[in-house]
Design a protein around this ligand. Structure first.
Ligand code: SF4
Length: 97
């Protein structure tokens, strides 16, 4: 349950967050977690503790606020690969409409 000192978890069943994951890139991606699908395995927190946390009541994934700066790309990609339930998706950020 460790995370960056100023980051706070937020909780809803599906959470989305736009992140600039690579400091050398202007491209933002959107990280989405499906808390209904999450089985609380915690691999995402181990891979990217600046981005993910687990709810202290049910162990399900939480996205931390504020999102981290541009250094988390490989960590988030590792979290996606290692999540046993497929609860994390990363897509190019959508433009506001
Ligand atoms: S790795 Fe996947 S299943 Fe495990 S806590 Fe994170 S999102 Fe949930």
């Amino acid at each position: 349950m460790s995370h960056a000192p100023d980051a706070q978890p937020s909780a809803s069943l599906t959470e989305r967050q736009k992140l600039r994951l690579d400091a050398r890139s202007q491209v933002e991606v959107e990280v989405e977690v499906d808390r209904e699908r999450c089985v609380g395995a915690g691999q995402c927190v181990l891979a990217a503790e600046a981005v993910f946390d687990q709810d202290s009541t049910d162990g399900r994934v939480l996205l931390l606020e504020p999102p981290p700066g541009g250094h988390a790309r490989t960590d988030v990609e590792q979290a996606v690969r290692e999540c046993p339930s497929g609860a994390i998706t990363v897509t190019p950020a959508r433009s506001p409409t």
